[in-house]
Design a protein around this ligand. Sequence first.
Ligand code: NAP
Ligand code: ZN
Length: 360
Amino acid sequence: MAKRAENEQPQKAFGWAARDPSGILSPFHFSRRENGDDDVTVKIHYCGICHSDLHSLKNEWGFTKYPILPGHEIVGFVTAVGSSVHKFKVGDRVGVGVIVGSCQTCDICEQSLENYCPNVIFTYNSTDHDGTNTYGGYSDMIVVHQRFVLQFPENLPSDAGAPLLCAGITVYSPMKYYGMTEPGKHLGVAGLGGLGHIAVKIGKAFGLKVTVISTSPKKEDEAINKLGADAFVLSSDPAKLKAAVNTMDYIIDTIAAVHPLAPLLSLLKMDGKLVTLGLPEKPLELPIFPLVLGRKLVGGSDIGGMKETQEMLDFCAKHNITADIELISVDNINMAMERLAESDVKYRFVIDIANSLSPS
Ligand code: NAP
Ligand code: ZN
């Protein structure tokens, strides 16, 4: 299998992949397609580590194809463009997020909601148009159709900006779609990890009052004094939860594990909206009474389309929103995964690919 990945395409590539559900990553030689007319080749400098990478590495969703090479928060520099590419040139700094392909012709793609296209191609663990597996950003380079490449705004740093490409758009898109941006309204953010801490910052940029709902008492001080949240509710403390009942207009739920929804629904006012973004391996139980009695709404959302992802990057650049990151070398990637599983990261690991990845 590994040998096939190495030879099936003309360009040699190198990264770190897992071979089985232990999820342990190790060096991996593979190959990428030639840069086509509509393609952009990117030398990868930084790649964020999303909890979806960890779910996938361990096959928690049941559809991982091994070897898997994750990574969908990619920032790098263009090294080649095809003859039909006019938006990008060699040397440009660009981003690549969670998707690298779609049919590009359906109604959904026409609205630039490529992320919801039935034929969406994810950046890793997906089947590309040519039938090969896609491999993500824990690697030296990637070849991507121009539609799925983003201009990276000048004032965003490459390392702390990289997580916006998944975590940023994943929280921005539902806030816009579900109308959760009215200044002065009260937003709860459940789970203060990669997605959650950016939701706090984007919420504040929209002028919301933001309360973090967390299981980690040690995150309280930073949530308020560093990330700019207005309040912090420790979800394991019944008195604190009770004091916050019926106070929130919206909640963004980014919790990566199975958890009860009833306490979160109780925090919402009448007509409140709860958007679930986390993707735990098992279904959550949905209590109906609080929904019915309070005319509350529960919804979901999956990253965002290409147009909106560019809009989000420009919004974050304008409001100086970046991730708080721990920059690691690729050799520390397995340690980072262990810490991510324990909710022990402030608040996103980013791999320094350009300075630490070398073929061995
Ligand atoms: P993360 O950095 O690990 O953050 C998740 C947070 O959830 C943790 O920091 C922790 O916050 C809380 N948490 C974890 N285990 C918990 C438990 N057992 N009970 C209660 N709270 C718990 O993960 P992430 O990268 O932000 O991703 C979050 C989830 O969103 C993942 O499931 C990921 O796959 C999913 N995701 C979805 C999309 C989408 O498009 N919908 C996109 C990207 C990621 P506290 O310490 O504050 O409690
Ligand atoms: Zn992600």
